[in-house]
Design a protein. Structure first.
Length: 338
């Protein structure tokens, strides 16, 4: 094997690449050329006398490097040609961007950020969690019995393997607090939840939710009411009034629905609040004993609350149709740039 033969092989490779106009074909030519001319040389190297192996090996390596260099240069040439055609035919890189508008956070992002900011100041652990959960996490650990209506297939989206799309972020919270040995557990989970519901102005099959749990010995209803009232003042202003109504949730006892002063009529009564002066914003209560037992927690008291980010955003920003939150309508989004 001599240098002149290497040059002859490289000339042959250049000739084969001459009319190639795409990267894939160039790579195919390289592979075929390597298999035909380079690979056999390695077999020949094995039977070459020891005193000649070093020189022969250097020649083989030189041929390999030259093949790589030639093909890479060809591919670079092809790419530059394609790019030049694209620039001239499809777009101008000097296009004036003056008409491009800056984006903005959606009302849902703004509301979620405000809620998370409030609980971060109180040292809550922030979790997003998986949207696909087991029925154990979504129901069993939360004291939701087998005959509860929420467990029926027409209320939830189930997957073929038996898992499901979470119907509330409490399922994520249940996973986080399981076997937690801390004496002061503070968790906020948030994100998408799914329920089999007909979409209309106030309902959606997918919406955003926040779930908070605070577990610590000595907590009481006073702590719950203080926490909820401070949160709602933070979101809606210091003048907001709150109202607690007894309710039922499987995972809390006692349980409450919490209302705030209707922002549309300032508590005077209108068709939005059905002339009550208040609008429901969240559910809350003291954690049920069975929930903490299922999580293997020895602490005796805890409080929890769950709220729909969509509902809170609609109330604060006076949006009357939940579908507007997901429409990507610039006329709506532009109102939130400031």
């Amino acid at each position: 094997m001599q240098d002149i033969k290497i040059n002859q092989l490289i000339d042959k490779l250049n000739d084969q690449l001459k009319n190639i106009d795409n990267e894939k074909q160039a790579i195919e030519v390289r592979n075929i050329f390597t298999k035909k001319y380079l690979t056999p040389l390695y077999s020949e190297l094995k039977i070459t006398p020891n005193e000649q192996k070093r020189e022969f090996g250097l020649l083989i390596n030189s041929l390999k490097n030259k093949i790589t260099e030639v093909v890479e240069n060809k591919i670079k040439e092809i790419k530059e040609l394609v790019e030049s055609k694209n620039y001239s035919l499809n777009y101008d890189i000097n296009l004036n961007t003056a008409n491009f508008e800056k984006g903005t956070l959606t009302p849902l992002n703004l509301m979620a950020n405000e809620i998370i900011s409030f609980f971060k100041k109180m040292n809550f652990r922030i979790e997003y969690g998986d949207e696909i959960v087991t029925s154990v996490e979504n129901f069993d650990l939360l004291n939701i019995s087998k005959d509860h209506p929420a467990r029926q297939g027409n209320d939830s989206f189930f997957l073929d393997n038996g898992d499901m799309l979470r119907t509330h972020c409490t399922a994520t919270t249940a996973r986080v607090i399981n076997n937690n040995k801390s004496k002061d557990i503070r968790v906020l989970s948030f994100g998408n939840v799914y329920r089999k519901d007909d979409d209309d102005a106030t309902h959606s099959h997918q919406f955003n939710q926040v779930d908070i749990v605070w577990i610590k010995d000595g907590l009481s209803l006073l702590n719950l009411k203080w926490l909820i009232h401070e949160l709602l003042k933070y979101l809606f202003g210091s003048k907001v009034e709150t109202r607690f109504r007894l309710s039922y949730f499987p995972f809390t006892e006692p349980s409450f629905e919490v209302d705030v002063t209707c922002p549309y009529c300032n508590g005077k009564g209108c068709n939005i609040c059905k002339n009550s002066g208040f609008i429901e914003v969240l559910g809350a209560g003291m954690l049920h004993f069975n929930v903490m037992k299922n999580a293997n927690i020895n602490i005796k008291t805890g409080l929890a609350a769950g709220m729909g980010i969509d509902r809170l955003a609609m109330i604060k920003y006076r949006i009357t149709d939940i579908r507007d939150l997901y429409s990507n309508d610039f006329k709506i989004l532009n109102q939130f740039k400031k």
